[in-house]
Design a protein around this ligand. Sequence first.
Ligand code: RTP
Ligand code: MG
Length: 148
Amino acid sequence: MEKTFLMVKPDGVQRGLIGEIVARFEKKGYKLVAAKLMVISQELAEKHYAEHKERPFFGELVDFITSGPVFAMVWEGENVIATARQMMGKTNPADAAPGTIRGDFGITVGKNVIHGSDSPESAEREIGLFFSSEEIASFDKLTDQWVY
Ligand code: RTP
Ligand code: MG
């Protein structure tokens, strides 16, 4: 089954949005298979956002993502990578539809509350950066038969 990496960013953690965000993915029917509260090191931040290394906002982005604890998660389910991106909304909360996480909780692009992998390749890469295989649970969720 498909897996994705989602992370409540430092602004979302400070604002008390972990529970709200976890609840949305749980209610959707997805399965949480790994989670931890952690402070990202400079090195991990630079690896995680390596695709943006040449962008003018890279330094700010790394400073922000390392500025406080994040809540890192792995979620599992059918089409979870693309659907989670839809549930998050557009990168800039100003363009994100109401009902999406960024549309409901964010105002500016620099503090947009949540990160989510944007492709199967980035999901695999990001899950590997943040979690060891022993940290990812493999289990049957009894409600799955009422979701699928
Ligand atoms: P993310 O990686 O955080 O899930 O966000 P995303 O895929 O929707 O957007 P991406 O293009 O990967 O950009 C990564 C993060 O960089 C910040 N950003 N700032 N100042 C700017 O113009 C600007 N553009 C992007 C955002 O916080 C974005 O989430
Ligand atoms: Mg991205």
